[in-house]
Design a protein around this ligand. Structure first.
Ligand SMILES: N[C@@H](CCC(=O)N[C@@H](CS)C(=O)NCC(=O)O)C(=O)O
Length: 242
């Protein structure tokens, strides 16, 4: 991966070690790793954190490609069992720890799955790839005027998805009710990615309120230190090229 800026402050979360048990290969700034680290940190799930620095292309090494042919983080290893895909990892960790954040009731669980699928498809495509990665990751940038056209195409699409999320949340504290679920952890990583491009969530008042609730979680700041380091690097680069 090409670095977005000359320097980037990587501060991995403090280790909560359980050697040889649950190993997470992660990059601290990653949209798909942060929800897992936040869930584990908030729930004192001991993970053996293995930094895989995407900005040094560590994910393209031979050994890591054997672990995940998609060359992407997160990857969870649990006593020889290798699991990729952030949504699947969150569900696995929640079930493993018997967490109420992934309800057992059939309909309540289906609702959580529904929201996670929504985030993983519509919001990831229209908002994260459409509006964020296209601006901050050089390999997603299109040449010439195609770049602005791409962004213009995705602005209304992203807004439509955020409006749907806003309606879903309504007056509730969290997306699926008044108790936090893994859909909140998952979605907050995706929605916060917009901070890299200064996306204004205020028109989506319920989403904005919900994100502020997520950011008030005790370990949010330490988990997101690497992400905010990346955001500062992007801002500095924007300033320099203005
Ligand atoms: N669908 C996968 C996506 C994983 C993914 O795209 N991870 C990014 C970081 S957010 C990555 O490792 N990218 C490296 C690359 O594609 O070069 C998941 O949810 O785990």
């Amino acid at each position: 991966m090409t670095p977005p800026a000359p320097s980037r402050n990587i501060s991995p979360p403090p280790p909560r070690k359980a050697p040889g048990v649950l190993r997470l290969h992660y990059d601290p700034a990653s949209t798909t790793c942060r929800p897992i680290i936040l869930f584990a940190s908030e729930n004192n799930i001991p993970l053996d954190y293995q930094l895989n620095d995407l900005f040094s292309d560590e994910n393209r090494t031979e050994w890591f490609t054997r672990l995940n042919p998609n060359q992407a983080v997160p990857v969870l290893e649990h006593d020889g069992f290798v699991l990729t895909e952030s949504s699947a990892i969150l569900k696995y960790l929640a079930d493993l720890t018997d967490s109420p954040a992934y309800p057992k009731d059939l309909k309540a669980r289906a609702r959580v799955n529904e929201v996670m699928d929504f985030f993983n498809t519509y919001l990831m495509r229209d908002y994260v790839y459409g509006l964020v990665y296209s601006r901050v990751l050089s390999h997603y940038r299109l040449p010439g005027p195609a770049q602005q056209q791409f962004i213009a195409l995705h602005e209304p699409r992203a807004a439509k998805r955020l409006k749907a999320l806003d309606t879903w949340i309504g007056a509730k504290t969290f997306i699926c009710g008044n108790e936090i679920t893994i859909a909140d952890y998952f979605g907050s990583g995706i929605v916060s990615a917009g901070e890299l491009v200064g996306y204004d969530l205020r028109p989506f008042a319920n989403v904005n309120r919900w994100m502020n609730t997520m950011k008030a979680l005790p370990t949010w700041d330490e988990v997101h230190a690497g992400f905010y380091g990346w955001r500062s690097a992007v801002e500095a680069q924007n300033k320099a090229s203005a």
